[in-house]
Design a protein around this ligand. Sequence first.
Ligand SMILES: *[C@@H]1O[C@H](CO)[C@@H](O)[C@H](O)[C@H]1NC(C)=O
Ligand SMILES: *[C@@H]1O[C@H](CO)[C@@H](O)[C@H](O)[C@H]1NC(C)=O
Ligand SMILES: *[C@@H]1O[C@H](CO)[C@@H](O)[C@H](O)[C@H]1NC(C)=O
Ligand SMILES: *[C@@H]1O[C@H](CO)[C@@H](O)[C@H](O)[C@H]1NC(C)=O
Ligand SMILES: [Zn+2]
Length: 425
Amino acid sequence: LHHNAVLAMPWSLCLLWASCVLAVPLSNPKPKLLLISFDGFRWNYDQDVDTPNLDQMAQDGVKAQYVTPPYISITSPAHFTLLTGRYVENHGVIHNMWFNTTSGMKKPYYQTQHVNEWWDNGTVPIWITAQRQGLKAGSVHFPGTASSYQGEVAMKQEVEPPHYNYKNETAWQENSDKVMSWFRDEDLDFVSLYFGEPDVTGHKYGPDSPQRRETVKQVDRAVGYIRHSAERHGLTDRLNIIITADHGMSTVLRKGQVEEIILSKIPGFSFKDLSFHLVDYGPSGMLLPKPGKLEKVYNALKGAHPHLHVYKKEEMPERLHFSKNDRILPIVLFADLGYLINGYFPVQINKGEHGFDNQEMDMKPFFRAVGPAFQKNLEVGPFETVNIYPLMCHILGIQPEVNDGHLNATRHLLVTSQTRSGELT
Ligand SMILES: *[C@@H]1O[C@H](CO)[C@@H](O)[C@H](O)[C@H]1NC(C)=O
Ligand SMILES: *[C@@H]1O[C@H](CO)[C@@H](O)[C@H](O)[C@H]1NC(C)=O
Ligand SMILES: *[C@@H]1O[C@H](CO)[C@@H](O)[C@H](O)[C@H]1NC(C)=O
Ligand SMILES: *[C@@H]1O[C@H](CO)[C@@H](O)[C@H](O)[C@H]1NC(C)=O
Ligand SMILES: [Zn+2]
């Protein structure tokens, strides 16, 4: 008996110890993650507007000086990079518009959301990866939400109706509350939430306009609302929130200020030499010359305007990662800041545009993050948005798909603690 009692003690201690150690990860609430995009929110939009809620979020979490979007810096390609961690040439969503070079047909942004083959081109977004690994994922209005991927969709999906009013603040609040109830009542682990502003206002009035500043105030109120809603839903201790964007915005200069780029006026260039083209879409363009006309078209355009960059697709600077994809047409054009690419004559009326070289500071989006996974009151240097995907997978404790980012670039944003997978960060 004496012997037994002596032996029993360490054993029970041991069991107690073991159950404590095992209980640690279980007693930590499993991390949830909300990825929010405010379309076209340039990195420095908070510098000429009072943004108390964004400032509070930076104090409570992490702020990056800016982030670098992929090229081409437009909505669908850049959002799909956020969801996949892949550069545009690798994920295949190379434009906002689906097109068929044989029939000449093009579908605008909204219609293209519903072209499944455009999105499902070999790379699966984080919703699908998360679900395949036992998590629950949802998405509200995020580009790519309408499509299925290898036959699978996000388990909660909301796609905006056509002609949607992207600026309706009441709808913003309703959507924020809806997402919080998905997290709380349906135990979703990951949700992506998209807001179409300040992009729409930035295009219409320009990034330096009072209208843009007002819209940034609306975004700031929304950020306050979202964080408060998370609190009301009892999610503060387990919900991580990343807020970023697809690209920035730059002021368009007009005739009189600059010599506009109008392709039809360029000596030696003729639209008759093309079998298909995508121009009159901001500062970028792609051309498919007719058989045997590639050199003629290229030579006519190359050097024709000091602010027009002309590349054969295989000559595209490697840093842009916009070359190695069959969907990219043989000639790629892009303009310097301030300039647009016009076809026959100028038809574009926007005062702000994006789609420029992703090295341009005007193209850089903002980045904020808050929650139990993140450091507090930390400002970090810039990183590429391809690195947000491995960061998100790490927080969720899922194995990422092949991607172009690396956790090395974003690991310093995180607190050193145990993740769901039990791995030390
Ligand atoms: C493109 O258009 C051509 C000609 O109309 C048609 O034969 C082809 O099937 C179309 N391709 C796609 C992917 O829609
Ligand atoms: C991607 O799309 C292209 C057509 O645009 C098609 O030829 C190719 O097979 C697709 N790849 C995958 C993996 O879906
Ligand atoms: C804004 O959204 C709310 C809630 O969805 C809706 O009831 C209202 O009609 C909308 N207002 C406008 C101007 O679109
Ligand atoms: C990530 O960082 C580790 C440690 O500093 C280093 O050994 C590794 O090569 C890095 N990986 C990449 C892809 O940068
Ligand atoms: Zn836009």
